[in-house]
Design a protein around this ligand. Structure first.
Ligand code: ARG
Length: 478
């Protein structure tokens, strides 16, 4: 049989090399199950609307079932795409009189958009699971390190002491926002474009809400021209993936640095490390380096899609096919990166003593000393900043040193104004630095314990929501 698509309008098959050029087999495979689902829902709706007969409907559904069972292996990729391959197979198996009715009131344009949305929402739910797991691993680790003192950095220079838990909660909060962004995107992905047909909808009295409902969509994409033309839902998801990858790359970079002898804060588990082919002593953080690098690939994919969609005239253009491989690549990378990151963090060894020893290096308590001077003597913060700055430069740390400097700066000794050696000692103690920072969001153990509790509650809530979404989505696939 000649190609059911070309036999009317075109006199020949497509040139062989060109067929490859216009096809997109990896996407076809990705959406294969969704194509079957969409065809099934469409056929059921057509029959309910008396557009096709009940008998034809059951023949078509049976044929679609066996096509699904055979899977991609039964699909002839010589056709223009999976939609044509599947319809051709259906017609071959049940004949054109019945099989030829399936495409009534449907175009590949609304079908492919629906299929991408179905496949994508499944991936989004998978990624949400993976992000939850990573957040759980991080929060568990934080729970054990609310009193683990470490240096905090600005400009990658020792800045102020903090705790490892405080640092880890920063990661958790970034990933929680990423999770929220995925949920927001999900709401705009889970809308059904079916019924838009080519773009101008159809004169058949189809029921768009019914197909949407059968496929587990929350609603339809109303304007039929918009429905087939837009890929902004993909762009939105890829922006969220890009953000996730940026966050993962920052964690990766810190873990890479922390596993060097210069920092020596952590040791990666051997399962997540590599070695050198020539230098036998090497233990390398290749996994984390690849997370860092793959971030670039996801950002690149987003840029590609934005550029493909830019200035595209309405409605459907084949350009839109070129969007999907980038989407697919971006989601696959983001999901695998989230998974490996959870493994790395869950298995790494934390060197508490090294962190503690390095927490004081670089006069990290200087801010607290300046604050103490303000509180005890009443001089302005800027004056205290100057005095402690000079102290940092000169190297002294006692009240005597401070007095010598303040005499030069303000003509008075701070001890005369009420500064005691005891309060200087307290200011210079890293743990008391941390304990005084107990305001909301600060590193004091009591505050990080409170933050951990809230985050655990948020994670539990997200797991519940996700179960609800997944249940609905799985109902469709059954
Ligand atoms: N495979 C195409 C895509 O992914 C769908 C086919 C629509 N093609 C067309 N020429 N109208 O966008």
């Amino acid at each position: 049989m000649r190609d059911i698509l070309r036999r009317g309008r075109l006199s020949s098959d497509v040139e062989e090399g060109t067929a490859k050029f216009t096809s997109s087999p990896e996407v076809d495979e990705w959406i294969f199950e969704s194509v079957v689902l969409v065809d099934r829902a469409h056929v059921v709706m057509l029959s309910e609307q008396n557009i096709i007969s009940k008998d034809d409907c059951s023949i078509l559904l049976k044929a679609l079932d066996s096509i699904k069972k055979e899977g991609m292996a039964g699909i002839n990729l010589a056709y223009e795409d999976v939609h044509m391959a599947l319809e051709s197979k259906l017609i071959e198996s049940v004949g054109e009189e019945v099989g030829g009715r399936m495409h009534t009131a449907k175009s590949r344009n609304d079908e492919v958009a629906a299929c991408i949305r179905i496949a994508l929402r499944g991936e989004l739910l998978g990624l949400m699971h993976e992000l939850i797991e990573l957040r759980q691993v991080l929060i568990r680790l934080a729970e054990g390190h609310t009193e683990t003192i470490m240096p905090g950095f600005t400009h990658l220079q020792h800045a102020q002491p903090t705790t490892f838990a405080h640092h880890l909660i920063a990661y958790v909060d970034a990933l929680e926002r990423d999770f929220d962004r995925l949920c927001d995107a999900y709401a705009r992905v889970n809308l059904c474009p079916l019924g838009a047909a080519a773009f101008a909808s159809t004169g058949f009295s189809i029921d768009r809400e019914r197909t949407a409902q059968l496929l587990g969509f929350d609603d339809i994409v109303e304007n039929s021209m918009d429905a087939v033309s837009t890929r902004d839902f993909s762009i939105e998801c890829m922006s969220a993936f890009s953000n996730i990858m940026t966050n993962l790359s920052r964690i990766a970079e810190e873990l890479i640095l922390w596993s060097t002898p210069e920092f020596d804060f952590i040791e990666l588990d051997d399962r997540y490390a590599s070695t050198s082919s020539i230098m036998p002593q090497k233990k390398n953080p290749d996994v984390l380096e690849l997370v860092r690098a793959k971030t670039g690939s996801v950002h690149g994919a987003l840029m590609s899609v934005l550029t493909i969609c830019k200035a595209l005239p309405y409605s459907y253009n084949r350009d839109l096919q070129e969007v999907t491989p980038h989407l697919l690549k971006a989601i696959a990378i983001t999901r695998s990166s989230s998974r490996v990151m959870a493994g790395v963090v869950d298995t790494m060894q934390v060197k508490i003593d090294v962190m503690r020893d390095k927490a004081e290096m670089g006069f990290t308590t200087a801010t607290e000393l300046a604050d103490t001077i303000v509180r005890e003597t009443g001089v302005s913060f800027r004056t205290a900043h100057q005095i402690v700055g000079a102290l940092a430069r000169n190297g002294g740390r006692t009240l005597k040193h401070i007095d010598a400097i303040s005499e030069k700066v303000i003509g008075k000794r701070l001890s005369e104004l009420g500064l005691s050696q005891k309060s200087v000692d307290t200011a210079l103690d890293v743990m008391s630095n941390i304990k005084t920072r107990k305001i909301r969001g600060g590193p004091a153990p009591e505050e990080t314990v409170r933050m951990i509790k809230i985050r655990k509650g948020n994670i539990a809530g997200h797991i519940k929501n996700l179960k609800r979404k997944t249940g609905k989505e799985l109902g469709v696939h059954k």
